[in-house]
Design a protein around this ligand. Structure first.
Ligand code: CMC
Length: 429
């Protein structure tokens, strides 16, 4: 009869073991009993970059990478992107269920009334050089928030935890907008409480001399949809950074700063920035074959293509591609779009990309939209960090409440020198 176990024979000793299988996994710790003798530490797994290791049980986000499925708390991303708002999705991620009207109003009101930052934050941002990358400013300023809320270290207390979660979701756009304005040498614009989450962000970024800035409805909705699409993506690099750093029980501002730093890299949230730079460098459609040739010989990557989990079209990318058309109706077409479309067409008919299952990911078209909306490329990863904050926090709280979790502490295989004695500098060869 079929059993949910794995039989393992250790050919070094001839001993056999039966390991339980649950949810398609064996427990790495069950391997520890497999030893060659009493001095043996026990068998471990070796999994650089955690390609085949589940680090948690989670109820937040589901991805089927082969079928191109993404769901938050069971709701398909396509439905949320079409029907929901970012704040409703943030509530869903944090609480597990869609809110009723009263719950939504309370949540939206809490976020809206926590968007202001301490005035010292402004002086702090003033300290950055005029050309500082806004993502660098965001990482540092979010970390600095922990000094304003010392109670945030009480991560075991639900009310304290939830207060910081609201503050983080609310203040990320403000810090992001202030960082942007700093890089332009423009005065900071304070939050406007009667605008939507995305509308308020646009106002803080764009307002110049208007008494009242009214965001364009299509652009406001497009940005909100992009926020929904970026809100969570299960155990990616920045989210696992959030969990790993948070597992030391540090305050959530410090953990979000670590997650934001992880997101900054060009292989993660910095990819949309890299896509734009790549499209600019290609410059015209006739230079695409030459570029593709270089990629295939290992000279650089086709940025915005490929994903560790998706081995088919990223469902977020599908929606972003449609959104681009809606936004370009208002802003005029981004001239780089034609290069992007042709690049996608050529790549998807080239065996190199097809055989490796490399499809456009969320970053391939999002940068074109951001650019058409007037954001400089440096702001692109910042625009990813703002909505991902809700996902990071949901994952962080799930980790804090998970009794199986402890401080993250991976193992290594030591490959260095065996014991040797210290040699005085004068005697070294
Ligand atoms: N262009 C050209 N070749 C690629 C690319 C690419 N974008 N991505 C993967 N490959 C090749 C890679 O060279 C390897 O080839 P081979 O088997 O001959 O050695 C094969 O495809 C498998 O790639 P991998 O590096 O083992 O895949 P990975 O799962 O480690 O990397 C990735 C995933 C997203 C880091 C990678 O695809 C990549 O660097 N893409 C470009 C950067 C990018 O767009 N990142 C955004 C990811 S989506 C947003 C987010 O969630 O952060």
């Amino acid at each position: 009869m079929a059993k949910d176990t794995l039989s393992v024979t250790d050919n070094r000793t001839g001993k056999s073991y039966e390991l339980p299988i649950a949810d398609g996994c064996i427990r790495a710790m069950d391997l520890r009993q497999i030893k060659t003798g009493t001095q043996d530490f026990g068998l471990m797994t070796y999994d650089p970059a955690l390609l085949n290791t589940s680090i948690c049980r989670s109820t937040i986000t589901y991805i089927d990478g082969d079928k191109g499925v993404l769901m938050y708390r069971g709701y398909p991303i396509e439905q949320l992107a079409e029907k929901s708002t970012y704040l409703e999705v943030a509530y869903l991620l944090l609480n597990g269920e869609l809110p009723g009207q009263k719950q939504y109003d309370e949540f939206a009101n809490s976020v809206t009334t926590h968007t202001f930052v301490h005035e010292n934050i402004k002086s702090f941002i003033e300290g950055f050089r005029y050309d500082a990358h806004p993502m660098g400013m965001l990482v540092a300023t979010v970390a600095a928030l922990s000094t304003f809320y010392p109670e945030a270290k009480l991560v075991g207390d639900r009310a304290t935890r939830r207060a910081q979660m609201i503050r983080l979701i609310a203040k990320m756009p403000t810090i992001a907008a202030f960082s942007y304005r700093h890089s332009l040498g423009m005065p900071y614009v304070y939050p406007v409480n009667d605008l939507s989450f995305a509308g308020n962000f646009l106002a803080m970024v764009k307002r110049i001399a208007e008494v009242r800035y009214t965001p364009n409805k299509t652009l406001e909705r497009a940005l909100d949809t992009l926020f929904i699409l970026h809100a969570d993506h299960e155990q990616n690099c920045s989210t696992s950074a959030m969990r790993q750093v948070g597992s030391s029980r540090v305050d959530p501002y410090s953990a979000v700063a670590a997650a934001t730093a992880a997101l900054y890299g060009p292989l993660h949230g910095g990819a949309n920035e890299a896509v734009l730079r790549m499209l600019k460098e290609i410059g015209s459609k006739d230079r695409i074959p030459e570029f593709i040739k270089k990629v295939k010989t290992g000279e650089g990557k086709l940025m915005g293509f490929g994903h560790r989990v998706y081995k088919s079209y990223d469902p977020r990318a599908k929606r972003v591609k449609q959104l681009a058309d809606e936004v370009f109706e208002v802003t005029g077409k981004n001239p780089l779009l034609d290069i992007a479309l042709e690049l996608e067409r050529i790549a998807l008919s080239d065996d190199y990309f097809v055989s490796r299952k490399l499809y456009p990911n969320v970053d391939f078209y999002s940068g074109l939209i951001y650019q058409a909306m007037g954001f400089p490329v440096d702001m692109f990863p910042v625009l990813f960090a703002i909505p991902r904050t809700a996902g990071w926090l949901a994952q962080w709280e799930e980790m804090i409440l998970d009794e199986e979790q402890k401080i993250a502490r991976p193992r290594q295989i030591y490959m260095g020198s065996s014991k040797r004695d210290y040699v005085a500098m004068s005697e070294r060869k």
